[in-house]
Design a protein around this ligand. Structure first.
Ligand SMILES: [Fe+2]
Length: 389
């Protein structure tokens, strides 16, 4: 059998290292930035991380302004406000610092510095006309992968929807991966965002669009998360584990970037929208049940995931080895204290029909390794309600 055709491209320069934030002024200058808009969320502002960015810029006499009016799942309105500030101040570069919400908003704001019209014109895939202002992305959670992807996920609160912008013009130019900036990330956020990264790696690895380049980076991401997430949660100041989680998150982003995800992320949109469950958490809740459902679609890959988690698979049948991957993820969840269920967030069976309707509209369904029926989806939601598989 010949291999299927694919393309793979990722233009984002990664600057990794403890203390690498110090390189920010040189990067701004190398990209020709004259006035920077620093975009962060209230959480990173409160943690003093926005202050660390502005300190570094001030010390290098780089003019800058700060925009932090961003909630989790950034609203389209936040992007509008950030764009207004960027234009009023004359910003020609954006530095995004924070989790996925801040980075997604930073990239969207940068697009609107150069593109005519309204951010709403660019919802969807490949709708953006030209490159935005250059973005330097500084992730402070090991989760989203936004620093290396074409995606921004925004909340359209007027219509109660999540919307995507996916465009090659929506890449950051440089990502600074500085583990020191994740030192103060609380354990429960480290756990949830780490499960988001794991879900990115697993879903892209097993989906029907996966190709050898994505496979390679996903395997490395899964191994790094299996080996480091527990320590990063248990010992927040363990810089080696923190650094490996940042790398894993970017690798997982590089994997799913163009080949997309699967059923967990299809569920995550309606469950996140309707019940306000943080994205990493909802993925962590749904991942084991979805893996168990998907097993028959790709036994080899699930057996490999078990091996990457260090499960003993010698002497097992392929089916048994694949099952061990579900066990490994359940064990990881237990070890990092991720014990919540959908029921804890007010999900009831009465909501299933509406959740299933919206789940089935996701572009991630068609590439999932096994096509679900409505009954299958209801069964997985029941597992999510109970925390079982
Ligand atoms: Fe995600």
């Amino acid at each position: 059998m010949t291999l299927a055709a694919f393309n793979y491209h990722n233009p984002v320069e990664l600057q990794f290292g403890a203390g690498s934030l110090a390189r920010l002024p040189a990067i701004v200058q190398s990209l020709g930035g004259r006035r920077v808009l620093v975009v962060g969320d209230p959480g990173v502002l409160q943690a003093g991380l926005v202050g660390r960015v502005t300190q570094v810029l001030s010390a290098a006499d780089i003019p800058h302004d700060v925009f932090t009016d961003i909630k989790s799942d950034p609203e389209v309105r936040s992007v509008d406000l950030g764009v207004a500030m960027a234009k009023q101040k004359g910003a020609d570069m954006v530095v995004g610092i924070g989790g996925g919400s801040a980075l997604d908003a930073a990239k969207a704001i940068a697009l609107m510095i150069t593109n005519e019209g309204n951010i709403r014109d660019f919802f969807g895939i490949d709708k953006v006309k030209r490159a935005g202002a250059p973005v330097i992305a500084i992730p402070t959670t090991g989760g989203t992968g936004s620093e290396v992807t074409v995606w921004s996920v925004l909340s359209d609160t007027e219509n109660d929807l999540k919307v995507n912008i996916g465009s090659p013009f929506n890449y950051a130019r440089v990502a600074i991966l500085d583990p020191e900036l994740t030192r103060s990330l609380p354990a429960h956020v480290t756990a949830a965002t780490g499960m988001d990264a794991l879900t990115h790696a697993v879903e892209s690895y097993v989906n029907k669009s996966c190709h050898p380049m994505a496979e390679a980076v996903a395997e490395k991401a899964i191994r790094l998360i299996a080996d480091n997430l527990r320590v990063a949660v248990a010992q927040g100041d363990h810089m080696e584990a923190r650094g490996n989680m940042l790398i894993a998150s970017s690798l997982a982003g590089m994997s799913f970037n163009r080949i997309r995800l699967g059923l967990v992320h299809a569920f995550a949109l309606p469950l996140g929208n309707k019940f306000h469950i943080p994205h990493g958490l909802v993925n962590g809740i749904m991942l084991p049940a979805v893996m168990r459902f998907n097993l028959p679609g790709n036994l080899q890959k699930y057996a490999k995931i078990a091996e990457l988690f260090g499960e003993r698979i010698e002497g097992l049948s392929l089916r048994e080895a694949a099952e061990r991957s579900v066990h490994a993820v359940q064990q990881l969840k237990f070890d990092i204290g991720l014990t919540q269920t959908l029921a804890d967030f007010g999900v009831t069976e009465a909501a299933f029909e509406a959740v299933i309707d919206e789940t089935l509209t996701s572009g991630n369904i068609a590439i999932n390794p096994r096509l679900p029926t409505r009954n299958d989806l209801a069964h997985m939601l029941q597992c999510g309600m109970r925390g079982t598989v």
